[in-house]
Design a protein around this ligand. Structure first.
Ligand code: SAM
Length: 240
């Protein structure tokens, strides 16, 4: 099975489904915390965020709220329904720019203090991942950071991950349609291209990114092995 129906049929249910997941909800909390730590440590003002594969824009919206507003939010997603939700998300920013485009084709300026790639990298097929990393490089201004949230798995462990994930969600959070969404996500061969952490780490390094912070998010019992699961990582560019 390939299609993840929710992305076209029910995008309004996306955030509720994702927030029921212990991997996704904790990862986004960490993303926001790591990004805020960066802003605070550098005493950055007029913060510009570029959010690749932004979905409904919730990460940028929550981050803007957390730091009291952004100078600019630049949101990119190829799904017009998601991007419309992002446009209407009332992101606290002096300006919000939206690009309904393929992330590899979008023309972005090198202006972001913080680039978000939140569960984005695995949406690019393996042959396009290096170009995606190159695109991320092109969006970060000097001394900015890239924050990545990602699920790293060997292909053979994907079904196990999603079964374990569904079983970890409390009964009260198992709303109708959630299982179907997770099953379709696990089985998709046209929208999901997960790779191992080792593969990704090497690719980000080859793309001139140095990892400066990392946290494993889920599962923490190592049932899938040390290097498999959801991670949040912060990178700086070594190119500038
Ligand atoms: C798992 S969602 C993540 C959304 C959001 N970052 C979040 O954390 O909720 C992946 C998003 O990537 C978008 N996407 C996938 N491939 C894309 C591409 N080539 N160009 C632009 N957006 C893409 C999808 O439309 C979807 O909104």
């Amino acid at each position: 099975m390939s299609l993840i129906k929710l992305y076209v049929e029910n995008p309004d249910k996306y955030t509720a489904y994702q927030m029921a997941r212990p991997d996704y909800s904790k990862a986004v909390d960490n993303v926001l915390e790591f990004a805020k730590d960066f802003v605070d440590s550098q005493e950055r003002k007029n913060v510009v965020v570029t959010d690749f594969c932004c979905g409904p824009g919730e990460t940028s919206r929550r981050f803007a709220d957390k730091i009291g507003g952004l100078h600019r939010a630049i949101l990119i997603d190829k799904n017009p329904r998601f991007l419309n939700m992002a446009k209407n998300a009332r992101i606290k920013a002096s300006s919000v720019l939206t690009f309904c485009e393929d992330t590899l084709k979008v023309a972005v300026k090198k202006e972001a203090d913080i680039v978000f790639a939140i569960f984005a990298y695995h949406h690019l097929s393996d042959d396009k991942k290096a170009s995606f990393i190159h695109k991320l490089q092109g969006a970060i201004k000097e001394n900015g950071i890239l924050v990545v949230a990602e699920i790293y798995l060997p292909k053979a462990e994907i079904a196990k991950y999603y079964t374990y994930l569904y079983n970890s969600i409390s009964e009260s959070d198992k709303s109708s349609g959630l299982k179907e969404f997770l099953d379709e996500t696990a089985q998709s061969s046209t929208e999901e291209f997960k790779v191992t952490k080792d593969f990704a780490d090497r690719q980000f390094l080859a793309g001139h990114f140095k990892m400066v912070r990392e946290e494993k998010i889920w599962p923490l019992d190592n049932s899938l092995g040390n290097d498999a699961g959801t991670y949040v990582q912060v990178f700086v560019s070594t190119k500038i």
